[in-house]
Design a protein around this ligand. Structure first.
Ligand SMILES: [Zn+2]
Ligand SMILES: [Zn+2]
Length: 216
């Protein structure tokens, strides 16, 4: 046995079949203390220089410890991806009209929505005048949840009730309570895709499905 063979450490990482790798080691992992070979050396594959990728090997970390370190990041990315998928499905549920159709067929009673306009009313012969609230009917719809907005300039979030109108006015609208019913506040633009997606859009789609199920 030559001197080199006697001192060369062998890779101590496990292969998929449970056996030990055993290839000549190039370094030792500071985290788990095992010797690793070139294949089992942790690498940073994110760097790009001029032409193609460059892979930088970590001198003191094995692939197993790198995977363990990246697991929570991957889990978080997976959760974000799942939430985005749920959000897209919820938007599609409202945009396609499927949610409205399901509620119309369910027999769940919609609520009254009013429109209140602040108008200037001229006085007799154009003299004087005052502002009045003109109340008209906006239509009917189903309460499906609560939206929450917070813009950078706002100290606390704004809450609104979400209504799915029973006619094709808009996918969803925001309303506030109003004597015996609700008052229209604004249209919700579902084509705008926020990042991260609004959880309340997902919750509203779930609420529609619950309402429909409960009525059956
Ligand atoms: Zn390690
Ligand atoms: Zn190895």
């Amino acid at each position: 046995m030559s001197k080199i063979e006697a001192t060369a450490a062998l890779c101590e990482l496990e292969l998929k079949d449970g056996s030990t790798c055993g290839v000549t080691a190039i370094g030792r992992c500071v985290t788990c203390g095992r010797a690793f070979c070139l294949t089992h050396q942790a690498r940073d594959l994110s760097g790009v220089i001029f032409v193609g990728y460059v892979s930088v090997g970590y001198p003191d970390m094995c692939t197993s410890c790198q995977e363990a370190m990246q697991a929570p990041i991957r889990k978080e990315q997976e959760e974000i991806r799942k939430e985005q998928e749920e959000w897209r499905a919820a938007v599609e549920y409202f945009k396609s009209g499927a949610a409205r159709t399901a509620l119309l067929a369910s027999g769940v009673q919609p609520v009254e929505i009013f429109r209140v306009e602040h108008k200037f009313k001229e006085g007799f012969l154009g003299l004087g005048g005052r502002y009045i609230n003109e109340v008209s009917s906006f239509g009917r719809g189903w309460l499906v949840g609560e939206s929450q907005w917070q813009f950078p300039w706002q100290k606390s979030p704004e809450y609104h009730l979400i209504v799915l109108p029973d006619r094709l006015l808009s996918e969803l609208i925001e309303v506030g309570p109003y004597s015996g019913g609700y008052v229209f506040q604004k249209y919700i633009d579902l084509s705008w895709s926020p990042d991260p997606p609004h959880k309340w859009t997902i919750a509203a789609a779930q609420a529609v499905k619950r309402l429909v199920r409960a009525s059956n």
